[in-house]
Design a protein around this ligand. Structure first.
Ligand SMILES: [Zn+2]
Ligand SMILES: [Zn+2]
Length: 164
């Protein structure tokens, strides 16, 4: 009977040790909280297979790797959603190179008159070929200068004289 009991004890010790090691590894993959790691390991070390059952019930459901993976997924989904452009008028999905919305005809972009690349409607200069898109060819946008050339001409003496 001696060797059999010895074998059983050896098995029990090794088994207990392995479930403690397994628990420690498992809890480390599920939480970074040191206290929880110690508590789970002590629980299994003290109560053995019973402790393992309790641990299996109470342990965090997701491993840290799974949580990290899910976070990455959510972030990429969010990035995709913000990247996706929609029509300001009808919220239909549009591509970056659309000139008008395909569903409602809302004007989205205009082609540059010189280089024909697509530009935002609010832009006043073409960033690709430096064309001024406001239509004034060489006049600089100074606030003091009157926009109508005729009004400047009227200030001169000869013009008023010729009127009569
Ligand atoms: Zn639209
Ligand atoms: Zn251009």
């Amino acid at each position: 009977m001696g060797p059999l009991i010895g074998c059983s004890i050896a098995f029990f010790v090794i088994f207990s040790l392995s479930i403690v090691i397994w628990t420690f590894r498992d809890i480390r993959s599920r939480t970074q909280d040191f206290l929880t790691q110690i508590l789970a390991t002590v629980l299994v070390a003290v109560f053995n297979i019973g402790g393992l059952f309790i641990y299996m019930i109470l342990r965090p459901r997701q491993t840290l790797a799974e949580i990290y993976e899910r976070q990455l997924e959510e972030e990429s989904l969010l990035a995709e959603m913000t990247e996706r452009q929609t029509c300001t008028n009808c919220h239909a999905r549009i591509e970056g190179d659309f000139q008008v919305c395909p569903s409602c005809g809302q004007k989205l972009k205009r082609p540059c008159p010189k280089c024909e690349r697509l530009l935002e409607l609010r832009w006043t200069f073409c960033p690709y070929c430096a064309t001024n898109l406001t239509g004034a060819p060489s006049m600089q946008n100074m606030p003091g200068v009157p926009s109508m050339p005729g009004s400047g001409m009227q200030m001169g003496g000869p013009v008023t004289g010729n009127r009569f």
